[in-house]
Every structure is written in structure tokens, then in C-alpha cells.
Design a protein around this ligand. Structure first.
Ligand code: ADP
Length: 606
């Protein structure tokens, strides 16, 4: 027997054993094709083994030699056809035709292999042994070649019918097998005795299969990628859903808050009715805060929350926070102590997020303190052009158990619920606070004695602005806005929203023209109608607010100021609308103070 044959076949036998061991001991993802691949490995190993025994048996000298060689040859051919059928089944399973594991298809492949084996077993086979090399012929051999042809045609069909995915590495093994077959036909045409290349070629194919698609690691990574893509898609869908939901909830809330504010100004309303209206406003504000919280956390988790730095005065933020907290304290027997370092210069940072952090910890202090005092302090350490803000809120409230401090920042986590059951909350505030502090590379520290009180300290670095451009004017508070003979064009596709804004604006004595589309807005301006201010909703059918504004600006001589009035209140939206060219932004539900500011800025008179 040719020593090349022996060496090559022993080598491929060893490789196939190693492959089997590596494949079966590794933890795997269980797919249909993985099991098929496992079977293929075993079959290839057996074919190799028989091939080797067959090669070695050519040397024996025995009266049954011919019988043994024919028998072994038949088994070898049967194993080959079974291996090829398994390979075809495998390729089918990774092809685009495979939809789900079907017993019928499974049965067809099984039947194909079984019937072929039977036919090969029955049909006559001739083996000529010359110089320790054997040549097989006869009907069994011809039949095997025919069936190989059939399977190769099937494989080629699978490959060719999915040409656009040809680059996909899953096709590498099948293309390789086809190329190997062609090569072997060519080689054997010239050197008929070199039929011992079949086994090594199978092992090479299995090896390639392993390293391209069947390696459990490759599969795991593939699975992980699929899982990650699915999760990302689901998360994006969740964020979209939440932002739509926020928009949808804001629209009716706008009506509730708007009309409640109007009712408050109604002179005929009794004192008790006014009280109830106040409660409606407070409940709506709570609801709005919850919606905003859910929206924020989902944006943060989707990595979409951006820190938007601008110039700001910490003192302004502080004043707003004090006013807001005093409002929330109502008549609780709590002393509210405040202090701010007067040396804090104009800073560059995300004022609205810093404010949000403070609102969260201040609101908690107010919620979880029955009596005593709350101290809100803003200190600073300035070094070079960095100003470290040290914001602390200390209270004499219910305090937090030591073992619970670590859980504080988990989302939806509320501590000692039995005790706090009457205190409203979602358990989102501190989770958001922590994430915001992290986003600004700051720190938050909690000190607390259960039953005595807590202290939350946040430190955030901001940049000092050397030549501030902030004008003092923006600080000016003007609660009594005076408006004379002003005309506002109000554009919103939602009738209720129109009514709310219209009524709110009318309380300033403004003449309001309400229309329901951007297209009508354009027509009116083109027709020469003049207004002192345009208030434009964004999400409108056909022509959005942003598109309307763009077209308005193309109109020659157009210089009316335009305010975005929208329920699209995702974080960063204000900046986006200002970038889009709006002169100001008002979120729905319309906040009375914000509206005051806008009216004062654009329509107010000294
Ligand atoms: P919630 O909406 O429940 O207030 P937070 O995330 O803001 O959610 O707070 C999580 C939990 O931490 C609260 O439910 C409360 O148990 C506890 N907590 C937060 N701040 C304080 C505080 N100042 N005093 C006592 N407990 C607090």
C-alpha cells in the first residue's frame, strides 16, 4: 500500500478525532444544524476509519481477501454517501429554504441515505487490486458516482439560488466541497490510483466548517450579536413608544392644566372650588413629573441623553429651586434654610440637568421630612478655570437604614414601603439623579441616620466662563406683564390645545387668531397678514411646525418671531427647536411662569 495514503489517512483520522473531542466537550448553542454537524463529524470519522482499514487490508493474504475488500469497499461507499447526505442536509438547514425543523424533510434525507445504502449493498461491485492499490468498478460504484452527482447538483442549486449571500461565510464549506470534488475528478482522471484523497478532503471540509460556522465560540458570538441587536431594537422601540406616550399624555394634560389655571383666575369661583382646582393642578404636575421621569430613565438607558452645556448663573438656578421648594413645602412645620456661595461666577455647564438633580433631592427631603428643618446649600471650590459645585441637601426626616443606602439608586426601588406607603413616588428620582451625576462626571454621597435625617451631597465640576455673554436682562423677573394691542397667530392641529392656548393668551388681553395647519399659516402670512408673534405647534399632519417655520423664513420680508409650542418635551428638545430657528420654546402643558416669560419677552411693554 502506498505510504502516502497511510500517512494522509492516519493524519486525517487524528484530526477528525480531535475535532470530535473539541466540538463535543465545548458548551454549545443548540441549533438543528449543530446536531447535524455532530453527526457529520462522527460519520466522517467512521468513513476515515473504514478507508484506513480498507487500505491496510489490501496487504493481507487470505482466502477471504476479495470478499473482505469488496465488503469493506461497499461499507466505505455507503459511509461516503451517508456523509454527503448529512452534509447536504446541513447545507439545506443553513440555506434560505430552511424555515423550521420539519420531520418530513428530515425523513426525506434519511430515506435518501437509507435507500442508497441498500442499493449499494445489493448491486455488484468489482475491485481490482494492482500493486497494493485498488480500483473499484461495477454497478455499485457507478450508482454511487451517480448519487454523488445528484447531491452535488442539489448543493450547487442551494448555492446558486442564493447568490447574493454568496459572500456569507456559511457558504464557504459547501463551495470548498464542490471545488474539492471537481479537483478530485480532475486528479483521478490523470492519476486513477490517487483515490485516497477523499478522506482528507472531508476532514478539511469539516475543519473549515468548524472554524467558519460551527465553532461554538463563533456561534456564541453570533447568538450574542443577534441578542444584542434584538435588545437594541426592542430598546429603541421602547424609547419611541415612551416618547410617543409622553406626547400623547401631555396633550390632554395641557388641557387639564391650562383650563385649571384659567379657572383659578375666575372671580366667580368659590374659595373651596379654587382649592380643588389647585389640587387638580398639583396632581397634573405630579403626573407630568412621572411621565418625565420614565422618559428620562429610558433615554439614559438607551444612551440617548445628552448633556447640553451653556452659560448659566448658579444663583438663578438656586433662586428658582428655592421658590419651587417653598411652594412644595406648603404649610409643613419645616424650617427651610438656604445659602449659596456668592463668589460663584458665571459657569458653563448643563444648568437644566443640575437643576433636575437638585429638584430630585430637594423633593425627597420635603417628601420624607415631617418636621424640623431642611438645609439647601450650594458651595464652590474654584481652581484655575474649574468651579466645583458642592450642593447639599440635609433634612431631619425619616432617614435611611444603613443596609438600604446601596439600594437607593436602583430604579423603581422604594425603601421601607410599609412606612412610606402614603408618600407618593415611583422610585425613579434617585436612579435618574445618579445617572445624571455620572454623566457629568460628578459624585453623589449619602449620609443618613435612620430616624434622624439624611444628607445628600452632590459635587459637579463646571467650567468658569471668563467673558460671560449672559445679559442681566434674562434674570429680570416680571410677574406683572403688560401687553397692549398685540396680535398672536396660534397654529395647532388639536382643537382643545388651541382653545387652551387661546384662553390663556386672552387673559393678557392679546388678540388671538387660531388656525389648524401650517399650510394655512403660510397662506395668511403670504397674503400679507401681520402678527406680533406666531406660536407654532410642531407635530402637525402634512406640514410640521419645523417645516412651516422653514417656509415662513423663505417669505420675503418675514421677520415675525416664532415660538415653538409643543408636547414634544424630550430632553434637549428646547435646544433642538432653538437650533431649528425658533425664537423660543414652550412645552405643553403650558407652564404659567414660562408663558409669562415668553409673553413678557416678545410682547411685553415697560
Ligand atoms: P421616590 O419616587 O420613591 O421618592 P427616589 O428614587 O427619589 O424615589 O428615592 C428612592 C427611595 O429612597 C425613596 O422611596 C425613599 O425610601 C428613599 N429616600 C430618598 N430620599 C430620602 C430622604 N431624604 N430621606 C429618607 N428617605 C429617602
Amino acid at each position: 500500500m502506498n505510504s502516502g495514503f497511510i500517512v494522509l489517512n492516519i493524519f486525517s483520522l487524528i484530526v477528525s478525532v480531535i475535532l470530535i473531542i473539541v466540538f463535543f466537550i465545548k458548551e454549545r448553542v443548540h441549533h438543528v444544524e449543530d446536531n447535524i454537524y455532530g453527526n457529520l463529524l462522527i460519520m466522517v470519522f467512521l468513513t476515515n476509519l473504514i478507508g484506513l482499514i480498507l487500505g491496510l487490508s489490501l496487504n493481507i493474504d487470505n482466502i477471504y481477501k476479495d470478499f473482505i475488500i469488496i465488503g469493506l469497499n461497499k461499507i466505505y461507499l455507503i459511509f461516503l454517501i451517508i456523509s454527503l447526505t448529512i452534509f447536504a442536509y446541513y447545507t439545506y438547514c443553513i440555506s434560505r429554504y430552511f424555515k423550521e425543523n420539519s420531520k418530513i424533510i428530515n425523513g426525506i434525507f434519511f430515506l435518501f441515505a437509507f435507500l442508497n445504502s441498500l442499493v449499494i449493498l445489493i448491486l455488484p461491485l468489482e475491485v481490482n487490486t494492482v500493486d497494493n492499490s485498488s480500483m473499484t468498478s461495477g454497478m455499485a460504484m457507478n450508482y454511487t458516482v451517480l448519487m454523488f452527482g445528484v447531491v452535488y447538483l442539489f448543493l450547487m442549486f442551494l448555492v446558486l439560488s442564493d447568490l447574493k449571500n454568496l459572500r456569507n461565510k456559511k457558504f464557504i464549506p459547501v463551495i470548498l466541497l464542490i471545488v474539492e470534488a471537481i479537483l478530485m475528478i480532475v486528479v483521478q482522471a490523470f492519476f486513477p490510483e490517487m483515490n485516497y484523497l477523499v478522506n482528507p478532503s472531508w476532514v478539511i471540509t469539516c475543519l473549515v466548517m468548524y472554524f467558519t460556522i460551527e465553532n461554538p465560540d463563533v456561534k456564541m458570538i453570533e447568538q450574542l450579536n443577534i441578542a444584542r441587536d434584538t435588545a437594541e431594537k426592542a430598546n429603541a422601540a421602547k424609547t419611541d413608544f415612551l416618547s410617543n406616550m409622553s406626547h400623547e399624555i401631555r396633550t390632554p394634560l395641557n388641557a387639564i392644566v391650562g383650563f385649571s389655571n384659567l379657572l383659578l383666575n375666575d372671580k366667580d369661583l368659590s374659595a373651596s372650588a379654587k382649592d380643588e382646582v389647585q389640587d387638580i393642578i398639583m396632581a397634573s404636575e405630579n403626573l407630568l413629573e412621572i411621565v418625565n421621569g420614565i422618559l428620562d430613565i429610558s433615554k439614559i438607558e438607551a444612551g440617548k441623553l445628552e448633556i447640553i452645556n451653556t452659560e448659566f448663573r448658579m444663583e438663578d438656578v438656586f433662586k428658582e429651586l428655592v421658590t419651587l421648594s417653598k411652594g412644595r413645602l406648603q404649610d409643613k412645620p419645616i424650617e427651610f434654610k438656604t445659602s449659596i456661595d456668592p463668589a460663584i461666577p458665571v459657569l458653563y455647564g448643563d444648568a437644566s440637568r443640575i437643576k433636575q438633580i437638585c429638584v430630585n433631592i430637594l423633593t425627597n427631603a420635603i417628601k420624607y421630612t415631617k418636621e424640623g428643618w431642611i438645609e439647601f446649600k450650594v458651595d464652590s471650590i474654584i481652581k484655575d478655570n474649574i468651579c466645583r459645585l458642592i450642593i447639599s441637601v440635609e433634612d431631619t426626616g425619616i432617614g435611611i437604614k444603613e443596609e438600604n443606602i446601596d439600594k437607593l439608586f436602583n430604579k423603581f426601588e422604594r425603601l421601607d414601603l410599609e412606612d412610606n406607603i402614603t408618600i407618593e413616588g415611583t422610585g425613579l428620582g434617585l436612579a435618574i439623579t445618579k445617572k445624571l451625576v455620572d454623566l457629568m462626571h460628578g459624585k453623589i454621597v449619602v449620609q443618613s441616620v435612620f430616624g434622624k435625617g439624611s444628607k445628600f451631597t452632590v459635587s459637579i465640576d463646571t467650567r468658569v466662563v471668563k467673558n460671560p455673554t449672559l445679559t442681566k436682562e434674562e434674570e429680570k423677573e416680571n410677574p406683572n406683564v403688560v401687553v397692549k394691542n398685540k396680535k398672536v397667530l396660534l397654529v395647532d392641529d388639536n382643537k382643545v390645545n388651541l382653545k387652551v392656548a387661546e384662553r390663556l393668551l386672552q387673559t393678557y388681553g392679546i388678540t388671538v387668531t387660531s388656525i389648524e395647519s401650517g399650510i394655512e399659516c403660510l397662506e395668511r402670512i403670504k397674503n400679507g397678514e401681520v402678527y406680533d408673534l406666531i406660536m407654532l405647534d410642531d407635530m402637525m399632519p402634512k406640514l410640521s411646525g419645523v417645516e412651516t417655520l422653514k417656509k415662513l423664513k423663505e417669505i420675503k420680508g418675514f421677520n415675525t418671531q416664532v415660538v415653538a409650542l409643543t408636547a414634544n418635551a424630550l430632553t434637549g428638545m428646547k435646544e433642538k427647536y432653538l437650533n431649528d430657528g425658533f425664537d423660543a420654546y414652550l412645552a405643553k402643558p403650558i407652564n404659567k411662569d414660562e408663558l409669562n416669560k415668553v409673553i413678557n419677552k416678545f410682547l411685553g411693554e415697560e
